[in-house]
Design a protein around this ligand. Structure first.
Ligand SMILES: Nc1ncnc2c1ncn2[C@@H]1O[C@H](COP(=O)(O)OP(=O)(O)OP(=O)(O)O)[C@@H](O)[C@H]1O
Length: 769
């Protein structure tokens, strides 16, 4: 608003056409710049292609030095081409006009580095000249003279674009967001950071267009994929994105404060800062596959393909994609620290199978020797003592069996001479080891256990009962065993599988010799080479398969992780730096203290850098105010973030008398007519399938979601079905309801059933004052 006022004062009263012509003129100024940028990009693409061809022509032979140089050249050109060829929707999106800086120093990107204006940059009569104009884009582009045509948004010189505010403007006079599609500039929106100044650029007064980019961005209709926020990152968010990578960056903030967006932009920023280091991989852990699908396009739109693996917590183990949810009580048993104890017992106990041999018979020195069940049991117990991974104990078990057979053979006391005794023993062992029956026995009696096989063994209620004695209640044992007999793994089973993998261990196998390209060895750069044919998802999957640990781990919706899940993620970041984002008020986990302990164990003693995000960019105030009522019940005393805008549209309440499905369908259809984008219908988890049927035929702008699946997502409009059902689903139900109520960017309808005890206006008990 300040910007508009300034514009009108500067130009005098203006009619619409004057207004439009000023806007058109400014658009054409930016268009000229964008044309120049594209001309330069084309030159760079030709250059990169030339370099690639030139390098290829140098062939595969040469001195190691020449080959290394060739490879490095191909690498650089490849990265470049990959970036340049990326069709960015709005390649160039920002501009700042700056006062003269304190010193005349330039940074590596060709821009002046000073944050504060030089003395005298503003004259006593509050006039000033613009000394520098910087354009900000998704990647940096230099002109022929190495002057910056576009500054990469992650470069230090771009920071004032995000950090500058009218309260603390630094050198920035005007901040402009440029909207473009392909090569065409469509619009500009300006914010004036120093409204008190009359600033001149090339002798003309600096014009100001529009009333700010943030509101324009927030008002846009939502699709099923998240957009980047690169053109409108706010100052408090920028501090998080650019925080140093070291140790743990811990970010809290209520719904809609941009935690997910910030986490994704931070991944892109870290790669920009230190690409080599993060070639070790960045892992982003997301709560659901729906949120992975929703966010997965953001990094490519920021110019980052590969290097970052975004994975749902149910897909962290290779080859597994769990989407099934356990009932709250089963989830609680499987996710808690108690399960760790059960898993450790199961991993050892799984060797005792009904079909395992109970007698070992061998022939050595021409005699038959036998170990009975009791003896075998004793050997097994001795072998299993301690905590070493079960699969690595097979050689120890074999040795103990040989010892027991040796004792049983009676040959032990035959020689007093130690050398002769040792020789005799070694030929005894050899005799047995080359017998097929011994190896067959060992394979059956001490097989290599897979996590899956042990999990299957846990599905047997009797066996699980033994392993979980005094750890789980009999009721829990029954329910957990039953859940494991169902088809398909649950999200919580995945952490159990991963723990089993750690407890069982993988025995060393003879290594297959990999055929190496000698160039790989020379440079080690093959990991960094962009492979253009691969999509982000394919590359992430490939990288994840190759990797068990990452250089940086970003955890989104961290408040939901169970202790077992923290352990699983912790194993992937033992040497990593971390960014952890979450909101305790949205936690669907019933025991936050236990989860906090597991989190602290995963993060170790690394120092924490804490940030809080305070502004809700998603919900209009009308929806945020309603959700705040549930927050007050779920977490009394905690503060809701303040909504940045208001739409004047109050949430709507509707009562479904006997026809829940029909009412929900009608409300969803109504919202589809009112908004351009998406509609989400959030129901209690056990109504998921039913709800999908209610919406049959309404088109793909509307989706039905279980309450736990709504996590992190957003829609133009939402229908929240029976708050009471959602709240009663689990001990964390009120917090889950808070999540459900905070998904809409424009409109919210609450449908109540009988259980909600709605008043005459349809407002359910839980949402009344
Ligand atoms: N600076 C910004 N400019 C424009 N849009 C923004 C900005 N910050 C956040 N948003 C938008 O606000 C919405 C909420 O952001 P995001 O999903 O990252 O929030 P969140 O804190 O993760 O929310 P939740 O905790 O509810 O999952 C998104 O649509 C995001 O694009």
């Amino acid at each position: 608003m300040a910007a508009q006022a300034q514009q009108e004062t500067a130009l005098g009263p203006v009619g619409t056409s004057a207004h439009d012509s000023l806007r058109d003129r400014e658009i054409s100024v930016e268009q000229q710049h964008l044309d120049r940028v594209y001309r330069r990009l084309e030159e760079k693409i030709h250059e990169a292609e030339f370099l690639m061809n030139d390098a290829a022509q140098r062939g595969h032979v040469g001195t190691p030095g020449a080959l290394a140089e060739r490879d490095a050249q191909v690498f650089r050109a490849g990265i470049h081409l990959n970036r340049l060829n990326n069709e960015f929707e709005d390649f160039l999106f920002g501009r700042i006009d700056l006062l003269l800086g304190k010193d005349g120093k330039k940074g590596p990107d060709g821009a002046y580095t000073a944050v504060e204006p030089a003395e005298g940059a503003v004259r006593p009569d509050n006039t000033a000249d613009i000394a520098e104009t910087l354009h900000i884009g998704r990647i940096g582009v230099l002109d022929e003279e190495y002057a910056p045509l576009v500054i990469d948004w992650r470069a230090p010189a771009a920071a004032p674009f995000y950090r500058s505010t009218p309260v603390d403007p630094g050198r920035v006079v005007r901040r402009r967001v440029i909207r473009s599609k392909g090569r065409k500039v469509l619009g500009v929106e300006d914010d004036l950071m120093r409204p008190e100044l009359t600033a001149r650029l090339d002798g003309r007064e600096l014009p100001v267009i529009g009333d700010g980019a943030l509101m324009a961005a927030l008002g846009q209709a939502r699709t099923h994929t998240m957009r980047d926020i690169v053109a409108s990152i706010q100052a408090e968010q920028d501090l998080v994105i650019r925080a140093p990578a070291a140790s743990v960056t811990y970010v809290e903030g209520g719904p809609g404060t941009g935690k997910t967006a910030v986490a994704l932009h931070r991944a892109a920023y870290l790669l920009y800062q230190d690409r080599r280091r993060y070639a070790g991989g960045i892992l982003i852990v997301s709560p659901t596959p729906l949120l992975v699908a929703y966010t997965e396009g953001v990094l490519p739109s920021l110019g980052e393909e590969g290097q970052v693996a975004i994975r749902a917590v149910g897909s962290l183990v290779d080859g597994v994609q769990a989407t099934v949810y356990d009932s709250p009580s089963v989830a609680r048993a499987k996710g808690s620290y108690r399960m760790l104890k059960v898993v450790r017992k199961a991993a050892r106990g799984a060797l005792e199978r009904g079909d395992a041999p109970t007698r070992l018979r061998v022939v050595a020195f021409g005699r038959r020797i036998e170990l009975d069940a009791e003896e075998l049991e004793r050997v097994r117990r001795t072998a299993l003592s301690g905590t070493a991974p079960v699969n690595l104990l097979r050689p120890r078990a074999r040795r103990l069996l040989l010892d027991a057979l040796w004792v049983r053979s009676g040959a032990a006391g035959r020689h007093t001479d130690p050398e002769l005794a040792a020789e005799l023993r070694s030929s005894f062992d050899e005799d047995i080891l080359c017998e097929d029956s011994f190896t067959e026995f060992l394979d059956a009696w001490w097989p290599e256990l897979t996590p899956r096989a042990v999990l299957d063994a846990m599905a047997d209620e009797k066996r699980l009962g033994r392993w979980a004695r005094r750890i789980l209640t009999p009721g829990e044992v029954r329910k957990v065993a039953r859940s494991l007999r169902r088809d398909g793994l649950s999200v919580h089973d995945v952490a159990v599988l991963d723990e089993l993998q750690a407890v069982l261990g993988v025995p060393a196998r003879p290594r297959k010799k990999r055929e190496l390209d000698p160039l790989d060895q020379l440079t080690g750069l093959e990991e960094l080479m962009p492979v253009r044919e691969e999509s982000q998802r394919e590359r992430a999957e490939r990288l994840a398969q190759e990797r068990t640990e990452y250089a940086h781990v970003i955890v989104d919706e961290a408040q939901d992780l169970t202790p077992m899940q923290w352990r699983m993620i912790g194993r992937r970041g033992r040497h990593a730096t971390w960014t952890v984002v979450g909101d305790p008020a949205q936690s669907s986990w019933s025991d936050p203290d236990e989860a906090a302990e597991a989190r602290d164990e995963a993060l170790g003693t690394r120092p924490r850098r804490r940030f809080t995000l305070t502004v809700n960019y998603r919900n209009p105030a009308e929806i945020a105010d309603l959700a705040a009522k549930v927050l007050a019940l779920a977490m009394p005393g905690s503060e809701a973030p303040s909504a940045v805008r208001s739409t004047g549209v109050e949430p709507r309440f509707s009562i479904a008398r006997d026809a829940l499905g029909e009412t929900v369908r009608a409300e969803a259809a109504r919202l589809l007519d009112m908004v351009d984008g998406t509609v989400g219908v959030v129901v209690a988890m056990n109504r998921r399938q039913e709800a999908a049927r209610w919406l049959d035929g309404l088109g793909d702008r509307v989706v039905a979601l279980g309450s736990l699946e709504a996590k992190g997502l957003e829609y133009d409009a939402t229908v929240v079905v029976s708050p009471a059902e959602i709240a009663d689903e689990s001990p964390a139900g009120l917090r889950v309801l808070y999540v459900a109520l905070t998904r809409a960017t424009q409109q919210l309808t609450v449908v109540s059933g009988e259980r909600d005890e709605p008043d005459a206006a349809g407002v359910p008990d839980l949402l009344r004052d």
